[in-house]
Ligand binder design. Structure first.
Ligand code: FAD
Ligand code: SF4
Length: 582
């Protein structure tokens, strides 16, 4: 294959941003995507995309675990086995990546999240951090990322209410957020009946609820690239589906109409990248090898390689390519695979009398409180690190998977149907969405036994919820229950998260780490610009660079980091070499 300036592995959210930025700078870019081409028309047309059985249950637009999967175990004493249900992650397999079937909850992390070790030590002392917790600063600050958060939010047309503009608190927004330069591009989504209930109850308890920031457009919107989006119809088929209405931000609805017209951008589908190639020094990437749809192994030379393959696939490729020292949990040395983290969720089901019409919803339609996220409260008396937000989302009352029944309701038959009929229109659920810290015992490596269709070792995930996270999640659930009880006439069912972690059920799709960013090559794979310490013409995008996970959904931060890194790449391309030396 003829060489290109830059090859992108994957063609989802991060690849689309990098492609748009670098082609604007005159660079020739090629994206290699393992899945198929797809677009709003015809693939997400509303006459067939709103099919819960086909897409949410049979998971037709996700990575198929029959072809690709990972092995999983809770701890190193167990034997990991290949997973046949990836309910926890639901990675994509097609152009647009998981950006097609995400919900659109578009948060900024808190300023302290980026300096969590320094902040925790200063406020609570070094001894507050458990010995097995690999807590790390990110090497980048909220202030540095702020303009890039802003760019991502304006690209996506995020609907929301600012809480802090230039240091001035704004009524109705999140009073805990870091200062932003301006408000969201669009006003919040309309409230649903259940979010109004949550709002009233949370205020009664003494909290300050605000609308969740949503990459679902509350108004028609033209983004800074000139791409037009339509107003959300609250169809309730965001999460796990493509949007047929051009209202949920995705690569297809925000970037591709501009990118695909450029002569210096190309992409190829059904190209599964299996290696990043390096020269004899191992210090320079020479391109990638991929397997095409006919099973041919093809080499694509490039001056620069950017991994944009979703959190765990980036790490898998680094390990297969033998770039960077693999993590060793026994000695706590090595970096690739280190600091895998996830998130921890729980819920409180609420049964009350008011009719709520749950079927009218949107992926990020919700009302939240942030009092117990990050370090927004004094952790001293509680003895755990981290937190999360508490929200009532109205994503859509889809008939198969979205129903809340009282604890004692029959599980099948006529009794179950009666309970469904009695509760469908009136029940709702308050969710907690909590952080997970990184531990020595949570990591990714290559499985010694199981191999994929190409004969490569599968990625092995070793992960469990630790006492710190279970305690924190229990604390959040109790706070959520307090709000639930304040809803008039409500009975509640508290569903606390219990260990051990199971990869099978859907809970949150946000896995992070394994190729983390930082200031020290001994504890990070990439520097603060997401450039590999070992191979300076290799870059890693996406949540695999998070040193640990925060309480919020990741993609706002993934988007901001991608814009931040794109600026650094432009500097690198003018003057190649490591952007940070230690
Ligand atoms: C069901 C679901 C709901 C979500 N909801 C939210 C939300 O509300 N808010 C939020 O913040 N985040 C959410 N997320 C997460 C969000 O979708 C991701 O953070 C985002 O898409 C990450 O962008 P990315 O570019 O890293 O990966 P992706 O957008 O997934 O793109 C990766 C691409 O790489 C391709 N690829 C992988 N391996 C290879 C290979 N070896 N060769 C070639 N191509 C490859 C994949 O097929 C894919 O197209 C959700 C995710 C899921 C699954
Ligand atoms: S709820 Fe709105 S953004 Fe989501 S799929 Fe429907 S129209 Fe699109």
């Amino acid at each position: 294959m003829p060489p290109v300036d830059v090859v992108l592995v994957g063609f989802g959210w991060t690849a689309s941003i990098i492609a748009q930025e670098l082609t604007d700078a005159g660079v020739q870019v090629l994206a290699l995507e393992r899945g198929a081409w797809r677009d709003t028309v015809p693939d997400f047309a509303t006459d067939h995309i709103q099919d819960e059985l086909r897409y949410a249950v049979r998971k037709q637009i996700f990575e198929s675990p029959e072809r690709e999967t990972l092995t999983f175990r809770n701890n190193a004493s167990q034997t990991a086995l290949p997973m046949r249900h990836l309910g926890s992650f639901l990675p994509a397999a097609g152009v647009g990546g998981a950006g097609v079937h995400w919900n659109g909850q578009c948060w900024r992390f808190l300023p302290q999240d980026f300096q969590i070790r320094t902040h925790t030590e200063q406020r609570y002392g070094k001894d507050f951090i458990p010995a097995d917790m690999n807590l790390q600063d990110w090497g980048v600050t909220y202030e540095e990322l702020e303009p890039h958060y802003d760019r991502f939010e304006y690209l996506c047309g995020v609907s929301g209410q600012a809480g802090n503009v230039g240091g001035q608190l704004v009524a109705g927004g999140n009073p805990f957020e870091g200062p932003r330069q301006r408000g969201y591009p669009l006003p919040p989504l309309e409230r649903s009946a259940s979010t109004v209930l949550f709002d009233k109850a949370a205020r009664e308890v003494g909290f300050k609820p605000f609308p969740c920031p949503a990459a679902n457009t509350s108004r028609p919107y033209r983004n800074p690239l000139g791409v037009q989006m339509g107003q959300c119809t609250y169809c309730g088929y965001c999460e796990w589906f493509g949007c047929g209405n051009y209202s949920k931000a995705s690569p297809q609805t925000t970037i591709l109409p501009v990118l695909l017209r450029k002569d210096n951008f190309h992409f190829r589908t059904h190209c599964n990248v299996t290696r990043v190639n390096t020269d004899s020094t191992g210090k320079r990437a020479t391109g990638v090898t991929y397997v095409d749809v006919d099973g041919n192994q093809i080499e694509q030379p490039a001056q620069m390689v950017v991994l944009c393959a979703f959190a765990q696939h980036n790490v898998h490729l680094l390990l297969l390519s033998k770039i960077g020292q693999p993590y060793d949990p026994v000695s706590n040395t090595g970096v690739v695979g280190r600091n895998y983290a996830y998130q921890i969720t729980s819920s409180v089901d609420v049964f009350q009398k008011e009719r709520l019409n749950p079927f009218m919803g949107a992926g990020a339609l919700g009302q939240a409180i942030d009092e117990f996220n990050g370090d927004n409260f004094d952790h001293g008396p509680h003895g755990f690190i981290g937190g999360g937000y508490i929200a009532l989302w109205n994503t859509g009352g889809r008939p198969i998977l979205q129903h809340h029944l009282p604890q004692n309701a029959p599980k099948w038959g006529a009794g179950w149907k009666k309970a469904m009929q009695e509760n469908y229109l009136t029940a709702c659920s308050i969710a907690t969405h909590g952080s997970v810290m990184s531990y020595r015992s949570s990591y990714l490596d290559l499985d010694p036994t199981w191999r994929d269709v190409y004969g490569n070792p599968l990625l092995r995930l070793t992960f469990d919820f630790q006492p710190n996270e279970l305690t924190m999640s229990g604390f959040l659930t109790d706070k959520a229950a307090q709000i639930g009880r304040a809803i008039p006439g409500a009975t509640i069912h508290e569903k606390k998260r219990q260990g051990p972690y199971s990869i099978v059920p859907y809970q949150t799709t946000h896995n992070t780490g394994g190729a983390v960013m930082g200031d020290d090559p001994k504890t990070s794979v990439v520097n603060r610009y997401l450039q590999s310490w070992d191979v300076p013409n290799l870059w890693v995008m996406g949540a695999s660079v998070f040193p640990q996970n925060a309480g919020y959904n990741p993609t706002g931060t993934v988007g901001a980091l991608t814009f931040w890194s794109a600026e650094a790449m432009k500097r690198y391309l003018k003057n190649p070499g490591p952007l940070v030396t230690v």
